[in-house]
Design a protein around this ligand. Structure first.
Ligand code: COA
Length: 250
């Protein structure tokens, strides 16, 4: 148990530059107190003393300003900085080394039953005032920006901001609203030639099969028509002729 307490204090020191001494952490961090209270509430909850657990968790809420439902499952080195206004719902699952700032809600959307609160994998950070709602999973190492409202799963190692939350950074790479990766643009001329080649192949195959049928039934071969130059950009006429729907128009 002492080892766990030591770990909790160390986690605060690592994540808050203002936490200098062990005494200051012990005295001034309601987020830490709330976690210690929660461990007792959770034990009672799991051992069938749900009424007592709920009541006692309300006492903790009164003292710390942090409301953690006794049913919530919380991993090691969980840290709530400042704390006031944090709400953690009953079926929330929190991994190891997770950090929440003040005003965070890990709640339900109000529509579900059963598992209706989020799962936060290891090392997730949820910024001030953010809401993570519903039975969704926030992937390992993801950061939720202050004020975001997240209602869908978020993959690991992302930054998600805004309302509704959208991923702006993934695996260290910025995700632009407008795709600016010009090096990936398709070459329209090459595409056009490929498209024309496919249509010529199909027409030749059809011609060959028509000729073979004509020979079989003893009909004279149809004289080759003068080559018509098909105007690029008028694919509908060719398509009508060949019965194929592919268009080469750009
Ligand atoms: C999201 C956050 C973690 C920053 O992540 P990051 O990976 O460094 O991302 P960046 O700063 O490069 O921002 C990426 C984009 O998201 C935007 N952004 C960042 N934080 C945002 C937020 N909270 N809400 C909306 N947009 C935000 C940036 O403006 C930037 O947009 P741009 O690409 O159009 O310029 C950080 O801004 C944040 O909100 N941290 C919460 C910290 C906190 O709660 N502190 C409380 C202390 S008491």
């Amino acid at each position: 148990m002492f080892q766990r307490v030591k770990q909790d204090i160390q986690a605060v020191k690592e994540r808050d530059p203002a936490a200098v001494t062990t005494w200051s952490v012990l005295l001034n961090y309601p987020g830490l107190h709330a976690v210690w209270w929660h461990r007792q509430h959770h034990w009672l909850w799991k051992h069938g003393r749900k009424g007592l657990a709920r009541w006692w968790s309300q006492v903790a809420r009164f003292c710390t300003g942090i409301e953690i439902h006794p049913g919530a499952t919380i991993g090691e080195r969980f840290f709530i900085d400042h704390g006031m206004g944090v709400v953690v719902g009953e079926t929330t699952v929190i991994g190891n080394d997770v950090t929440l700032y003040q005003g965070v809600t890990l709640g339900g959307t109000g529509k579900e039953r059963g598992k209706r609160h989020p799962t936060l994998e290891d090392c997730v950070v949820v910024g001030v005032g953010a809401a993570v709602l519903g039975d969704i999973t926030i992937g390992r190492g993801t950061r939720v920006g202050g004020g975001a409202v997240v209602v869908n799963d978020v993959p690991p190692n992302c930054t998600v901001v805004g309302i509704p939350g959208r991923v702006v950074v993934r695996e260290g790479r910025k995700i632009d609203a407008v795709d600016l990766h010009h090096e990936d643009l398709p070459d329209p001329v090459v595409e056009m030639f490929r498209c024309m080649q496919r249509r010529i192949d199909r027409l030749e195959a059809r011609l060959a099969s028509d000729e073979a049928a004509a020979i079989e039934y003893g009909e004279p071969p149809v004289p080759a028509a003068p080559a018509a130059v098909s105007e690029v950009g008028r694919p509908d006429e060719d398509a009508a002729e060949t019965g194929e729907g592919e268009s080469c128009a750009y």
